[in-house]
Design a binder for this molecule. Structure first.
Ligand code: EPU
Length: 441
């Protein structure tokens, strides 16, 4: 059962809200704390479901967790790490993708790890082959069984050379979290270099790790014997900030996102401006607004950093339904990230999906049967509808569409959004939105 939200749309969002630490960084820094000999303190921690899940997993592994949710301060004491009871791990199976990143730290601490069925959004197959191959390269044994994956390292973990077939965020983090205490030097080629990964490197370096990053996506890690706990303030959530920016554009609004920072959002801001949105970068955040006039169509391709993030795509597509003309959006990171457009079509959007790569550059999905390109014909006024949230970012996009549409929409499955958007309902109310829970679906 999940809650249904009644949204009375057609009103611009106005006001100030704030974002805290990045969903795609904080849980990884929490996992890194397992490697320290002393407690780690994380600041700017958002109150989101993914943080709760990792707290529960760490607690199950003997970490003492103390969490001041209001202040966003999390203290993790890993001095008594132990194997978790299978029932505790199973209780969390399917709730997050983070458990896969426990492998390296648990192998170092305990010599074994168990990975349950993973959760996260359904955006395609989301295989873990790079992760398992990476662990094997370090010398781990991987035993896949129906209930999960058992991993052991009877002879310890040793530095190695890894070449990723695609710059995967998770596999890069897996390598970092394993290599920092593996014996010898690890070279990772084809690494992802997202800002959230750079902040994880900041944490590991503070803990005592030796890591260098070259401009050609090569990361070198010299294994060290001991790491210590640290105090670290998480970088802000650039996906949440961009989502609010897209909401401002789609609703003809004007909002200030306190805590948003320009450097990691350059690509989004360029695109936002090309579409016709305006922004103002201030010391403590970014103001996003619709300046009036017509929005412009664009050709957009999602990509790994420093490209346009796949996670920015879904919220922006809602605004593109209001642009004058044809927009082309080519999704190159996930093969199946356009399921959310069905609801937008129901609300009046004119969006066609294609298996071919639209735009300039063919991607690895081009010769396969995936609807990974979208052609959006705008502007199409959106009208209210009853819709169901498909995944985290798609769900926020539905919310934006309902806020932009004239009339009353009912958005089911709304709880999914709290996985990655802190206090989104109270933020919406602060922005003058008419939203209220009306029951369960
Ligand atoms: N891939 C493989 N094999 C693997 C790992 C990845 O084929 O073993 C493929 C994936 O299927 C995908 C591509 O590589 O097509 C990229 O996946 P990546 O590993 O980079 O993604 P991830 O680590 O699973 C993180 C974020 C995602 C974000 C992506 C890309 C977290 C918890 N998740 O996922 O965030 O979209 O990186 O930036 O950090 C979200 O926040 O809504 C979200 C989905």
């Amino acid at each position: 059962m999940s809650s249904v939200l009644r949204v009375e749309g057609g009103k611009p969002l106005h006001g100030t809200i704030s974002v805290r630490g990045a969903k795609n960084f904080v849980p990884k820094a929490m996992v890194a704390s397992l490697l320290g000999e002393t407690p780690t303190v994380l600041r700017n921690v958002p109150q989101i479901r993914d943080v709760d899940v990792v707290n529960e997993l760490l607690t199950a592994h003997g970490v003492k967790v103390s969490y001041d949710q209001g202040a966003g301060i999390l203290e993790l004491d890993p001095s008594s790490v132990e194997l978790a009871a299978r029932s505790d791990i199973d209780a969390l199976s399917g709730s997050s993708r983070i458990p896969i990143l426990f492998c390296g730290p648990l192998l170092h601490r305990l010599g074994e790890a168990f990975i349950p069925e993973l959760g996260g959004c359904n955006l395609g197959g989301r295989p873990i082959d790079y992760h398992l191959e990476t662990l094997r390269r370090f010398g781990a044994s991987v035993d896949k069984r129906p209930e999960g994956v058992y991993i052991t390292a009877p002879r310890g973990l040793h530095g190695t050379v890894i070449e990723l077939p695609y710059p995967s965020v998770g596999a890069t983090e897996q390598t970092l979290l394993t290599a920092v205490q593996a014996e010898g030097i690890t070279t990772l080629e084809g690494a992802a270099v997202e800002p959230e990964i750079m902040d994880l490197i900041n944490v590991l370096q503070k803990m005592g790790a030796v890591i260098s990053v070259d401009i050609d996506r090569t990361i070198r890690i010299e294994g060290v014997e001991k790491l210590k706990g640290v105090v670290h303030t998480a970088l802000p959530d650039r996906i949440e900030a961009a989502s609010w920016g897209a909401a401002a554009l789609a609703t003809h609004g004007d909002l200030f996102v306190q805590g948003a920072e320009q450097p990691d959002m350059t690509t989004f801001l360029n695109t936002f401006r090309k579409v016709g949105g305006e922004f103002e970068v201030k010391d403590d955040g970014i103001r996003f607004y619709h300046p009036g006039g017509k929005l412009k169509p664009i050709v957009l391709e999602t990509n790994v950093h420093p490209g346009f993030m796949t996670d920015w795509q879904q919220p922006l597509v809602v605004a593109l339904t209001q642009a004058e003309g044809l927009s082309l959006v080519h999704e190159t990171v996930y093969e199946n990230r356009f399921g959310f457009v069905n609801a937008l079509r129901k609300m009046g959007a004119n969006i066609q999906l294609y298996k071919e790569c639209v735009g300039g550059v063919p991607c690895r999905f081009g010769q396969r049967n995936f609807l990974h390109s979208a052609v959006i014909q705008g502007p199409t006024p959106l009208h209210a509808a009853d819709i169901t949230v498909p995944d985290l970012r798609g769900g926020f996009s539905h919310l934006i569409a309902a806020l932009a549409a004239e009339g009353v929409s009912h958005v089911a499955g709304i709880d999914m959004i709290s996985r990655g958007y802190e206090h989104f309902l109270s933020k919406l109310r602060r922005l003058n939105a008419s939203v209220e829970y009306v029951g369960q679906d």
